[in-house]
Write a protein that binds this ligand. Structure first.
Ligand code: FES
Length: 155
């Protein structure tokens, strides 16, 4: 799904593909004033399998016309959310990496997904955790329930 292995017999190709898939850990990078950049995700619920590529950008400002994906609208919307990116990260949990854009709510992040940030954001050991996609949270990149107050529809 994420790698192309050619020049091998079918059995070896299957084996190598599985090994390569398992070696890549899903990762979320939070962009300053912009989207979530997600790499090596296994499943984005509600989106077709073709939509999950090696790297995708998920809207977190709430203004995209192509949700859950970023379409660049954060610039016109004046979205502001700064966060220091760095080497340290919150560890992912066991299990397949899945992101669920909840209807009229946040992204639910489950399984082995690294959240890459420099600052200690106090990520709990809870699985799943929730990332804002309406743009209104006072605790970005996490959801604080503000989507209800602003009437976010997710559309
Ligand atoms: S973050 Fe880019 S359109 Fe919302």
């Amino acid at each position: 799904m994420f790698f192309t292995v050619s020049g091998c017999c079918p059995k070896a190709t299957d084996y190598l593909s599985q090994r390569l898939d398992m070696s890549e850990k899903a990762k979320i990078e939070v962009m300053d004033d912009g989207p979530l950049i997600v790499s090596d995700l296994r499943s984005l619920e509600g989106a077709g399998e073709d939509a999950v590529k090696k790297k995708i950008a998920l809207c977190r400002c709430g203004a995209s016309e192509n949700k859950p994906f970023c379409d660049g609208s954060h610039r016109g919307a004046g979205f502001k959310s700064s966060l220091s990116l760095g080497e340290s990260s919150a560890p992912g949990k066991e299990g397949d990496a899945v992101i669920r854009p909840l209807e009229a709510g946040p992204y639910e992040v489950c399984g082995d997904v690294e959240l890459c940030v420099e600052d200690d954001l106090g990520l709990s050991s809870d699985d799943p955790y929730y990332l804002c996609r309406c743009g209104a949270s006072e605790n970005k990149p996490f959801c604080d329930g503000s989507h209800k107050k602003i009437g976010f529809t997710g559309k």
